[in-house]
Design a binder for this molecule. Structure first.
Ligand code: ADP
Length: 274
């Protein structure tokens, strides 16, 4: 933790009831292998509630695997991951940690939203329905309430005039903004962003990043972001983690990592992406 809890001025807690400085996500001794390939190597780190963390590092260093573990699309071989006080893929029974049942996993997964490189919208549904579908069918929200919230989120991503269009009638950047609204509609505590602009034409990137900057500023959602857009990382994150070969090489504020990194590996990586 860079900011210990209980510092002056931070005692009031945050909107979701956590103390300032408390971790919402905790990786403890997490190892992930694919065959002989150790993709994450005894990894420990935390992400504070309401903060935005960016993962950087060369291709193959394990960044996407971290997001996949958080989405429970993969399981660690060793170690534990906690989100908002609950273990992922494990639960405590009679004081022991045991593999979790599907009900536990479903409940924890609801805390986490993800936006992918590919937008994965429902092609046969209009924009509004893309955003209301999961709140109605997964959360059991009333249709009217889901629509009212969806309209607010669609406005937040700047697509009010496109509510009734199908995804194929939108640009890639607009589709990605719908995907962001759709993820937020589930009211996740954590938003995972996996290179969300890398499938876009260059002229569409700025619009999507502007929307995310807005969300970072105007909501208290915790974000974990994998991106090659270093100026975006600098704008939104309070903390940057530099990965190499499944380990954190160094971590710190964007200012520290981008202007004055301690490690040669970080300098090499940054010069390769600039
Ligand atoms: P990054 O996001 O930093 O580019 P990844 O997390 O995608 O890195 O990948 C880390 C390593 O894990 C790479 O060597 C990759 O080949 C390997 N890997 C990722 N997913 C799989 C998989 N499903 N099966 C086998 N190897 C995988």
């Amino acid at each position: 933790n860079d900011t210990p809890a209980g510092q002056p001025g931070e005692a009031g807690g945050t909107a979701d009831g956590r103390r300032a400085g408390e971790d919402l996500i905790t990786f403890t001794d997490v190892t992930k292998r694919f065959g002989d390939n150790v993709v994450l190597d005894d990894l420990c780190f935390g992400v504070e509630a309401n903060k935005h963390v960016t993962l950087i590092g060369p291709s193959g260093s394990g960044k996407t695997t971290i997001l996949r573990l958080l989405m429970t699309l993969a399981k660690p071989d060793e170690g534990t991951i906690e989100v908002d006080g609950e273990y992922l893929t494990h639960e405590r029974k009679n004081g022991k940690l045991v593999p979790a049942g599907e009900a536990h996993n479903r409940a924890v997964r609801k805390k986490i939203g993800m936006v992918f490189q590919q937008f994965n919208l429902f092609p046969n549904m209009r924009v509004l329905r893309n955003v209301t579908e999961a709140p109605v069918h997964v959360l059991g929200m009333e249709k009217d309430e889901a629509e009212e919230r969806a309209r607010g989120l669609i406005e937040l991503v700047g697509l009010t005039e496109h509510l009734d269009k199908y995804p194929s009638q939108l640009s890639g950047g607009q589709q990605q903004r719908v995907a962001i609204a759709r993820a937020l509609a589930m009211r996740p505590k954590v938003l995972l962003l996996d290179e969300v602009t890398s499938a876009l034409d260059p002229e569409l990137v700025a619009g999507v990043l502007d929307v995310l900057r807005d969300i970072a500023r105007s909501t208290d959602i915790t974000m974990v972001c994998v991106t090659h857009e270093m100026s975006f990382a600098r704008d939104i994150s309070q903390k940057v983690l530099m990965f190499d070969q499944g380990k954190i090489v160094e971590s710190g504020s964007p200012d520290k990592i981008f202007n004055d990194p301690d490690h040669e590996r970080t300098r090499e990586f940054l010069s390769s992406v600039h």
